[in-house]
Design a protein around this ligand. Sequence first.
Ligand code: SF4
Length: 352
Amino acid sequence: MDRVTAAGSQLPAYTPAVAEATREAYDRLAHVIPAIEWPVHAPYIAAINALKKQKNAVILAHNYMTPQIYHGVADFVGDSLQLAREAAKTDAKVIVQAGVHFMAETAKILSPDKTVLIPDPLAGCSLAASVTGADVRLLKQKYPGLPVVTYVNTSAEVKAESDICCTSSNAVAVVEDIARAWGVDQVIMIPDEYLAANVARQTAIRIIAWKGRCEVHERFTAAELRAYRASNPGIVILAHPECPPEVIDEADFAGSTAAMIGYVGTHRPARVVMVTECSMSDNVAAEYPDVEFVRPCNLCPHMKRITLEAILSALQNMEHEVTVDSTIASRARASVERMLAVTTRPARQAAA
Ligand code: SF4
C-alpha cells in the first residue's frame, strides 16, 4: 500500500521492485544502517532517483548529510569548495542542494541560469548568521587598504562585500595569495574566529578576526580528545579547523572534511575519531568498513533539517527555489571565482 508523506505526496511502498532498485545503495550502507530501517528509507531513495532523471536534476550533498542521503541519492558529495565547483560545472537544469542555505546560494551564484532548490529553507548556519554585509562595510572603513577574506559559510550579501572567499581547505593559500596581491602583511578574515586563529598559526600574515563560531565545532574540548586517547590506545584523531586551537593541538591531523576523508583513505588507520559533525563518520565508515570509527556525536541542527522526505518534496513540487539579487550575485561570484582561481580540488563523483 502506498504511504503519504508529511508534505501530502504519495510515496510508493517498499516493494520487491523498490528493494531491487535500491539494492546497490543498501550494499554500501549495510555497515551503518540496520536492515530493519531500510524499508523506511528505500521508497524515498527510489522515488528521488527516478525524479532526478525526469527533471534533469542533480543532488549536491555535503559531507554532513545522513548516510541515506549521502550514499543513496547524491550525485556529488564533498565539502563546500568541492560542491561549489561542481555547481559551476554541471549541465543539469536543476540543482538540489543537500546542505545549508549559504551553500545553495553559492550554487546559485555560480550557476545563475539553473534552478537551485533547497529542501528546507530554514537550514541556516551559526557562522553565516554571525555577520552581515553592513558589518563588512564597517570593517572596511575601520581597516582601509586591507583585503577581506571571507569563509564560504556566509550569505551572498557578505560574499559580495568581500575581496575573496576561502574554505577550510584553502584558507592558508588564499590568505597568502591575497596578501601578496595587495602588497600587505595583514588581512581581515571573517567570520570564524577559530578558523582564523588556526590559519594564523600557519602563516606569517597577520589576521584580524571576527567573533563568529560554528556551534558544532566550538563544543569540542581538548579534555574530550585526551579522554578518547586514554580509552582508545593507538587511536588517530582528526579535527576540523573550526574547532578551538587547543583542540587542534590535541589532534594528529587537522583539515577540512575533504582532507579528513582523504587522510582515512590514504592512511587506513585501524581506529580513528573524526572531530566534526557526526554524520560524517557514518558516511566514511560506509566507505571504509575495515576502519573502526569512534563516534562522538555533535549534530548540526541545520544540516539535519535536510531529510530524504524534504528532498523528495522539493523535487516533486520544485519548491524552495533559492534566488540571489543579480547585483549581489555578480559581486559575490567575483569573490568566489577569485578563490577558485587560487586552489582547485575536484569533487568526488558519488557512487552510482
Ligand atoms: S556544522 Fe557549523 S559551520 Fe557547518 S552548517 Fe552547521 S553550524 Fe554552520
